[in-house]
Design a protein around this ligand. Structure first.
Ligand SMILES: [Zn+2]
Length: 575
């Protein structure tokens, strides 16, 4: 729109310029020319979108594009007045989500790329990948295992914005970890948890009470954090950051199975996070993940995948309403990859698919009261004689005897009469359940794993400067980086805060001691100065005095290297 105005005003003034000669007075003419340049300058500056103050990055984990329309129809089935999703007006493209060495992405490397700019490998959390003989992007072998600064870290360290993470998985899980930790092994929670605890996050809301051990609670309390563990009243009454609020021993229950009296929805956590973070006049960076769409899709549990996605869409509604009102907030919404290709249309609908009513397509899942995973645990603990009753209670149908026999051959069924080694290649009870339960519906899936498909992109930008088309995950990062006015700063930040200790302390006496299985202590000496750094902490001791850091110290065992701020060298050069 601004560009249209410019064209309009330019044409008007060009017409006036054409009548230049009519001016008799030379001063009047000069003033006229000057005013034209001033107006053009102002209009052109108005046309350039200015950097946004706040960024809300919303990731729906493992959400196949096919799931979106199934979820929208399910929403309409539940409430005929609800015919659109919150994301619908903002969908503007598809995103390519490959890893550095594989076309089908995984959670750790895909979100790593969105927030740090480099496609990585399965398991890698915002860490530079290792070169292979089948890379899909150029990989510099000399940078393998280097931690990469994330947009969240840049927002915090360079722009003094507040930062937050909201999710439904356990907090050290891949996507929240991608924003705030660095490792090549996503499952190594013992190195991810201390990084997240020490990374000066202002708001952490999601699952994983049992992962926040007392020593980490104490570290947070010492830094002024409020902590609410399965405490919905404390969470609701909390009026200021910094805060950690966790629900569920390991993760937030599926919404279908959650008690709304004790467990907030993703939308409520998102609204609370925005309330707390938006108090910072420098702005904020918030990542919100609908974590368990992926989990349900891996189990081919269509009902829970749909419900979890609709819960995510409600959280998007919260973010979009805030952004539209605020006028300085960018909201970027996308999955990290597809999972399962959950859709409606399977072998049962090879013929007559165009005759089924919405009622016929959706009503089979009406009586499904549990997730496949929870039902699987119930079956494993019960005698097979009790199974028909469990199916009737929780899924509203009686299984065939052959289906019960089939379930007893699952690889993880503890009371099977078949030797374990003969069942090792079989599916789990949970995945067999999907075949039995969803075999009675019109839902279809292509895999229990991830898919190669491009994922949807939705963007709200206050000045309508939208990323469109089929960008790569690198393009998504570059767009966010540009909108945050960090274009030249990200590589420099990585070099500044994640410099290898061999370079930082070149020429000094360096010793690395083992503290425990994953933790190391670095001791550096120069003349009378001694610096001691411990892995995954946010301070160093210099001559027994504590020096606080704005980043965390990362130790990578693969390179036996500490990655830390290069400015630490100066503490050893004085005296
Ligand atoms: Zn994922």
């Amino acid at each position: 729109m601004a560009r249209l105005y410019i064209s309009f005003y330019l044409s008007v003034y060009i017409q006036k310029l054409c009548t230049f000669a009519r001016f008799k007075n030379e001063n009047k003419m000069k003033r006229f020319v000057l005013s034209i340049f001033l107006i053009i300058t102002v209009l052109i500056s108005m046309a350039q979108p200015k950097p946004v103050k706040n960024v809300i990055l919303m990731i729906t984990d493992g959400t196949s594009t096919s799931l979106i329309s199934a979820a929208r129809w399910y929403q309409t089935y539940l409430d005929p007045t609800q015919t659109t999703l919150n994301i619908d007006p903002y969908v503007c493209g598809l995103v390519r989500t490959n890893s550095s060495d594989a076309p089908i992405g995984d959670s750790a490397p895909t979100t790593s790329c969105y927030v740090s700019g480099m496609p990585s490998q399965t398991g890698f959390i915002s860490t530079y990948p290792v070169a292979t003989d089948h890379d899909l992007v150029p990989v510099d072998a000399t940078r393998a295992y280097q931690p990469l600064a994330t947009l969240l870290e840049a927002a915090k360290i360079l722009q003094h914005k507040s930062t937050g993470l909201v999710f439904t998985c356990e907090f050290p899980h891949a996507t929240p970890a991608d924003c705030s930790a660095h490792t090549y092994r996503r499952g190594r929670y013992s190195v991810i948890i201390p990084q997240m605890v020490h990374n000066h996050l202002d708001v952490v809301m999601g699952g994983g009470v049992s992962y926040l051990k007392e020593n980490y609670q104490n570290d947070l309390k010492n830094e002024g954090y409020s902590i609410f563990l399965d405490d919905i009243n404390g969470f609701r009454n909390c009026s200021k950051a910094p805060v950690w609020a966790l629900f569920g021993e390991s993760h937030v229950p599926y919404r279908l199975e959650a008690d709304p009296q004790t467990t907030p929805s993703l939308a409520e956590m998102t609204r609370k996070a925005i309330d707390l973070l938006s108090k910072n006049e420098n702005g904020f960076f918030l990542m919100v993940e609908g974590s368990k769409v992926d989990w349900a899709a891996h189990d081919n549990d269509a009902k829970n995948a749909l419900i979890e996605f609709l819960e995510f869409d409600k959280a998007c509604g919260e973010a979009l309403r805030f952004a539209e009102k605020d006028g300085e907030t960018l909201v970027l919404i996308l999955p990290d990859h597809g999972t399962g290709s959950v859709t409606i249309g399977n072998a049962k609908s090879n013929h007559g698919y165009d005759k089924f009513s919405l009622q016929e397509l959706m009503s089979p899942i009406d009586n499904y009261k549990l997730s496949n995973s929870t039902m699987a645990e119930k079956l494993k603990k019960a005698d097979t004689a009790e199974w028909p009753k469990l199916f009737e209670t929780y899924f509203g149908f009686t299984p065939q005897p052959a289906e019960i026999t089939y379930l007893t051959t699952a690889c993880d069924y503890p009371n099977s009469s078949i030797p374990e080694e003969q069942r090792r290649q079989n599916l789990s009870v949970c995945k067999m359940l999907s075949q039995i339960i969803y075999g009675r519906t019109y839902f279809g899936f292509t895999t229990f794993g991830h898919t190669i498909e491009n994922v949807f992109l939705a963007v709200y930008h206050p000045q309508n400067d939208i990323l469109k088309g089929v960008p790569t995950n690198i393009d998504v990062f570059k767009y966010l980086r540009g909108q945050m006015n960090l274009t030249d700063d990200m590589d420099k930040l990585t070099a500044d805060i994640y410099a290898a200790h061999q370079q930082v302390f070149d020429g000094f006496e360096v010793k690395i001691d083992s503290v425990d299985k994953y933790n190391r202590r670095l001791t550096v000496k120069n003349k009378k100065n001694v610096l001691v750094a411990e892995s995954f902490n946010n301070y160093v001791m210099v001559n027994k005095m504590r020096v606080d850091l704005s980043s965390v110290i990362v130790y990578m065992d693969k390179t036996n290297t500490f990655y830390l701020p290069k400015e630490l060298r100066k503490y050893l050069e004085t005296k």
